[in-house]
Design a protein around this ligand. Structure first.
Ligand code: NAD
Length: 498
């Protein structure tokens, strides 16, 4: 076992981990062939995933459906109390959870801690729903009252990506459960272990058997759940191609679905940008989680003469140390894909300003999937690195003369997750925010993630479906509004409705 004095990297577990399925309150090893997973830091064996069969998925859905019948009858305040208990045990075990998320995804422990806390924030929002989302009633005509109530949908499913093993599941689980649904999590088959911890904590918090379940597997099980007759609604977060396919399958079989996809986020830097704020914002954005996040800024659009600022971005990124300031890539395939993209950018005529392939791996971790911050300059907008999602610590710089050119570039992207503008002018910030096509806009912030109760979601191929996830968008996603119109007597002054 490799040990490392660096508190940002997690040691391998003493015993190999085992990712089993939570079906009807019981942890079972799935009967599909099991598979070993290795540490992104070192390549050593982390543990084994035991995927479920389609028959086991059916058992899971049936158990979730029975649990729903009882869970929906539990008063909303009691459901919220279970969520508050979950918050307590998650915060008690925050180190265990964040170490787990870091260990399997390759990120730094500090980054993983932040994702757990963001998940807890969604939980806090969900637990507040009985006090904030009370329904509504109005006398709409003489003696006639219209009322609406929120109703759960039934069995709901969440399919999540590898890059946030704790946070993205927690974007969905608390709100869906708070409303009274049962929830089945199908985590990424690259990071199945944090889902086990979440399942154990949800059990400890007192949720009834079957209200929350975990199913492991890949494409087959996702397609099965997306078409399953008993599943009422589905949330998906992952790459755009899969998001589109899952959305099509789910909505084609009559389900409500919201499927978030990939991204190519633009960081527009105006000549008047504050250097310290911009350098920090840009570098944090493209290197955080080793660039493996859907909010990572990956194209810097340099407007006019900003060369001194680019030099500062390069020098700050060049100082970053792998294992201390930046984590690892998820797997060897990601490393191969990214190094090929860097070579292609150079072949296509761009300039390699900072080459992350030369960045040394942290001592003791030679077998990990390490790639340092990489900056590609003088790219043309049509080049692969300027328009395709690479999902790694690679910043591509495209130089333009005007703000309108920068905006045209952003609007022509097939993705629409996030855009950030760096400027000291309120008028410039407003001009960009008004015209950009992305769903989430940052002003002097490189990662403009909306915090609760604001919802998270992009546009174009970054999102298939209407509404957003988390916050008030999550409430709409996982519920129906039932409308009740009542009259309790004949009104002497009756009008057209009464
Ligand atoms: P992915 O699309 O490969 O996998 C996502 C989920 O789908 C996983 O649970 C996986 O097991 C399953 N899956 C994979 N291939 C499938 C297939 N062919 N059919 C059905 N299911 C399949 O994504 P990933 O590599 O795990 O995550 C990275 C991607 O997720 C990036 O594109 C990133 O931008 C995106 N992402 C988006 C957001 C957002 O909010 N928009 C957030 C996080 C990540």
């Amino acid at each position: 076992m490799v040990t490392h004095p660096n508190p940002q990297l997690v040691e391998l577990p003493k015993q190999p981990l085992s990712a089993r399925n939570l079906v009807g309150g019981q942890w079972i090893a799935g009967s599909e062939p099991s598979r070993q997973l290795s540490s992104p830091y070192s390549g050593e064996v982390l543990g084994t995933i035991h995927p479920a069969s389609l028959a086991e998925a059916d058992q899971c859905v049936a158990a979730a459906s029975s649990a729903f019948d009882a869970w929906r009858q539990v008063p909303a305040k009691e459901r919220a109390a279970a969520l508050l208990k979950l918050r307590e045990v998650m915060l008690r075990d925050i180190e265990k959870l964040s170490h787990s998320a870091a260990r399997e995804s390759g990120k730094l422990v500090g980054e993983a801690r932040a994702e757990v806390l963001k998940g807890v924030e969604v939980l806090e929002f969900a637990a507040s729903l009985p006090n904030s989302d009370l329904g509504g009633a109005l006398e709409v005509s003489r003696g006639v009252t219209c009322e609406y109530r929120r109703e759960p949908l039934g069995v709901t499913v969440g399919i999540t990506p590898f890059n946030f093993p704790a946070m993205v599941p927690m974007w969905m689980i608390p709100i869906s459960l708070a409303i009274g649904n049962s929830f089945i999590l199908k985590p990424s088959d690259k990071v199945p272990f944090t889902a086990t911890l979440l399942g154990e904590l949800i059990q400890e918090a007192g949720f009834p058997a079957g209200a929350f379940s975990v199913l492991h597997g890949g494409r087959e099980i996702v397609e099965h759940l997306a078409r399953h007759r008993t599943v009422a609604a589905l949330g998906f977060v992952g790459s755009s191609a899969v998001a589109r396919a899952v959305y099509t399958a789910a909505t084609g079989s009559g389900k409500r679905a919201l499927c978030l996809g990939g991204a190519k986020n633009h960081l527009i830097v105006a000549p008047d940008a504050n250097p310290a704020v911009t350098v920090d914002g840009v570098v944090t954005s493209f290197t955080g989680c080793a660039g493996q996040r859907c909010m990572a800024g990956s194209v810097m659009v340099a407007v006019g003469e900003v060369e001194p600022l680019l030099a500062q971005v390069e020098s700050a990124a060049a100082k970053m140390r792998l294992g201390l300031d930046m984590g690892a890539l998820i797997d060897k395939a990601a490393h191969t894909r990214l190094t090929a993209a860097i070579e292609r950018a150079v072949r296509d005529g761009a300039t390699l300003r900072l080459d992350g392939r030369k960045c040394p791996a942290p001592a003791g971790y030679p077998g990990g999937n390490w790639l340092g911050p990489t900056i590609i300059d003088n790219a043309q907008p049509s080049m692969q690195s300027a328009c395709e999602e690479l999902f790694g610590p690679v910043l591509t710089i495209v130089r333009v003369k005007t703000l309108d050119e920068a905006l045209a570039l952003e609007r022509s992207s097939r993705y629409g997750n996030a855009l950030s503008i760096f400027t000291t002018s309120g008028a410039v910030a407003r001009y960009v925010a008004d015209r950009a096509s992305s769903g989430m806009i940052g002003v002097n912030i490189g990662v403009p993630v909306p915090r609760e109760p604001f919802s998270f979601g992009g546009t174009k191929e970054s999102k298939f479906g209407t509404g957003d996830i988390t916050g008030s968008g999550g409430v709409e996603l996982w519920s129906n509004r039932k409308k009740i119109t009542s009259k309790w007597g004949l009104q002497p002054d009756k009008n057209w409705m009464s």
